[in-house]
Every structure is written in structure tokens, then in C-alpha cells.
Design a protein around this ligand. Structure first.
Ligand SMILES: [Mg+2]
Length: 402
């Protein structure tokens, strides 16, 4: 019988930190899984190296569902981002192996194509409204059919999602940067710049906006009503989602679609959001939600309630996660959209991926497995560096949700 003979935890920082699990079988087949948890990378590396890798050795790599149950239910301590990211890395690597053994791309194992390419949205932003409008024009020229728009609130230096020098990389400091935040100023300003995007660029593309967990449910309801005229594809993370009931209030007041899930890790975190149809798009990811096996289960639950996928795709998800996401997006019936943020140039030195962008969509080739290779020699040139996401503080100094 083919068994897992070893598994390595690879940590490298080509432009930003990534943790990767590589599983090898007795037949010499290798599979990759992303294990990156932004700002807490080494916790997952330890969870894998010290607690999961010893459990993998000697097991059958073909038994993906059983492995998932063994690592989730068998651990007693369940859920949470560190656990679910570690399980995701193992699960993703086993799907990669299964595809290579079968000689098929992973999307074929998931039921085959439901579509030609997956529609993606890109990020447009700028320090002020004219710069944002220019960046939306740039995105349209690149062929994007869906664009997320963010710009800095005047006088509030900590506004989420604004590029510096052409890139947005929030995990930018060896200790967390502290940034000021004013909900009042944001609520006064944001609807006007989203309207300016429509006035300048029209309605022939999908316009998205990320609130980034900054509002209370009532504030989010007001915001959703204020932007109904600009016809948002979605407002993302309008309020923190620990309390799923909070979304009922938002729903009662606005028809602006709602997308949630990038910081959630299990099907239980979105159970009521989905079954009570409190959201329109579930934004969970392969890497932080227990891998392809668990995210497929979440998307299948969502399909019963006409909730569509809209997976997170920030640059802190490695190209292994990106490839896994595209394979899943190609296969599921209720795909909505996929985030496509892009990577620093150095990332391509370490991760050789077959994912390709064209005409507003991502696709994968017909390479068996996920279609990503890891370059150890290149990775050795990019050692790990501590990097943290910022912390937000209100103008009175108290901590706010970042
Ligand atoms: Mg977001």
C-alpha cells in the first residue's frame, strides 16, 4: 500500500511570508498545501511540525475524507484559525497528490468544469478620489469585469485598503503599526466616492467595496441604504461576524448584497448566515477553512439557500491556495466571484504556478494535481521575517476592529 513517508513544513518570505506543507508518498509523489496565517505564521508551522506531521506518517494518502475527520474530530480541540489552517494544508496536499496519481487536474476530481474560467475582481484604490478614479480606469483597461474600490478618508490615515507605491500590503511592519480610525468620517465620505466611480466610469462593470469589519450592525444598515443607488455587487464584512444574528438587522434595512467569511474557519461559523439567507456571498478560503474538503461542504450548504461563493484571495494566501481556489471555483455550481489581488514579483521565484489571468478571469491548465511547484533553492534566498497586520484605534485612543 502507498503510504505517506514524510511531510515538511517550508517557511519562506518572497516579498511576504508563506508557510507551505509538502507531503511525500512511498511512490515518490509530492503534494503541496498552503498553511499561511498572516501574522501568526509560526503558530501553524509548529502545529503542523510538532503535532500533525507525526500523525501522517504511514497513513494512506488516498483517504482524504477520513484524514479530514481524523484531524478534526480526532483532535478533541476543534476549530479556530490555527487548527483549520493546519488541517487545510494537509487536505490540500492530499488533493494535489490524488490528482497527480490520477493524472488529472483537481477540478476533474471535483466533478469537472461548470464554467470556462472564473470571474475575478481586482483592487482599485488611491490616496484620494482622483487617484482612485485613475486606478479604476487602469483596472478596466486590464480587462477586469469586477473592481473593488477603496480610498483614504480625508484626515483618517488608517483607512483600510489604500495602495502605497502601486501595491497594497497591510502586513508591513515587524511590530503592528497603529492606525487611527473614525467611523463618523468614513460614513460621511465613502458613499460619495463610490458614487463618483459610477459617475466617471458608468455601470458596465461590477463595483465592490470592503467595509472591513468597521461598522456596527445599525451603521452597516445605514451604509447599505446610502449606497443602493451605486448598485454594489457587494459590501464586504460590514460588521464583525462572530455574532451571526447581527446580520438580521442589516438585512431588514437594505437590499445591498452582503459578503462575509474571510476571517471565518468552519461551517458552523456561517451556518445561520447561510440557512437564514442573511448573506449573499460566502467568502471563506481553502487555506483558512479546513481545505478543499471542508470548503466544498460549505459551498454545497450555501447552494441550498442561493448563497454564492466569493472566496477571499488576498496576497497572504499563497499561489497554492490560489490554485486550489480556482480548481474549486471551476467545479462548483454556485460560484459567484473570486478575489484576485496579485503577488509581489518575488513570489513567482518560489511558486511556479499554472494559474493564468486573461480577460477578467483566472483559469488553470490541464496539469495533473493543483499545478504548482515549489522551488526550494529560490525559497532559501527569502528567509522568514516577522510581519504584522496593523491595529486600528479610534480617535480617542481605544482599540477598534481592524
Ligand atoms: Mg476583505
Amino acid at each position: 500500500m502507498t503510504v505517506i513517508t514524510h511531510a515538511e513544513v517550508l517557511v519562506a518570505s518572497p516579498g511576504r511570508n508563506f508557510v507551505t506543507l509538502r507531503v511525500t508518498t512511498s511512490d515518490g509523489v509530492t503534494g503541496l498545501g498552503d498553511a499561511t496565517l498572516n501574522g501568526r505564521e509560526l503558530a501553524v508551522a509548529s502545529y503542523l511540525r510538532d503535532h500533525l506531521v507525526p500523525l501522517l506518517i504511514g497513513r494512506d494518502p488516498a483517504r482524504i475524507e477520513d484524514m479530514w475527520q481524523y484531524l478534526y474530530r480526532g483532535a478533541y480541540w476543534r476549530r479556530g484559525p490555527v487548527t483549520m489552517t493546519a488541517i487545510a494544508a494537509v487536505d490540500t496536499a492530499l488533493w494535489d497528490i490524488k490528482g497527480k496519481v490520477a493524472g488529472l487536474p483537481v477540478y476533474q476530481l471535483l466533478g469537472g468544469r461548470s464554467r470556462e474560467g472564473v470571474m475575478v475582481y481586482t483592487h482599485a484604490s488611491g490616496p484620494d478620489v482622483p487617484a482612485l478614479l485613475d486606478d479604476v480606469a487602469r483596472a478596466k483597461e486590464l480587462g477586469y469585469r469586477a473592481i473593488r474600490a477603496q480610498t483614504a478618508v480625508p484626515g483618517v490615515a488608517g483607512t483600510y485598503g489604500v495602495k502605497k507605491n502601486g501595491r497594497y500590503e497591510p502586513a508591513n511592519a515587524s511590530l503592528p503599526e497603529e492606525q487611527p480610525w473614525s467611523t463618523e468620517d468614513y460614513l460621511r465620505f465613502a458613499p460619495s466616492y463610490l458614487a463618483a466611480v459610477r459617475e466617471t466610469h458608468g455601470f458596465d462593470f461590477h463595483l465592490l467595496h470592503d467595509v472591513h469589519h468597521r461598522l456596527t450592525p445599525l451603521e452597516a444598515a445605514r451604509f447599505g441604504r446610502a449606497v443602493e443607488e451605486v448598485d454594489l455587487f457587494w459590501m464586504e464584512d460590514p460588521t464583525p461576524a462572530e455574532n451571526q444574528e447581527a446580520f438580521r438587522l442589516i438585512r431588514q434595512h437594505t437590499t445591498t448584497p452582503v459578503a462575509v467569511g474571510e476571517a471565518l474557519t468552519s461551517i458552523w461559523d456561517v451556518q445561520h448566515l447561510i440557512t437564514e439567507q442573511l448573506i449573499d456571498y460566502v467568502r471563506m478560503t481553502v487555506v483558512h477553512s479546513g481545505g478543499i474538503t471542508h470548503l466544498r461542504r460549505i459551498f454545497d450548504l450555501a447552494a441550498l439557500y442561493q448563497v454564492r461563493s466569493g472566496s477571499h484571495g488576498a496576497s497572504d494566501l499563497s499561489p497554492v491556495s490560489q490554485a486550489a481556489a480556482v480548481h474549486l471555483d471551476l467545479a462548483i455550481a454556485n460560484f459567484g466571484i473570486q478575489e484576485h489581488m496579485g503577488y509581489p514579483d518575488e513570489v513567482a521565484d518560489v511558486f511556479h504556478s499554472h494559474v493564468q489571468y486573461a480577460d477578467g478571469a483566472l483559469d488553470v491548465g490541464d496539469v495533473p494535481g493543483l499545478g504548482v511547484e515549489y522551488d526550494d533553492d529560490a525559497a532559501a534566498r527569502y528567509p522568514y521575517e516577522p510581519r504584522y497586520l496593523p491595529v486600528a484605534r479610534r480617535l480617542d485612543g481605544s482599540v477598534h476592529d481592524w
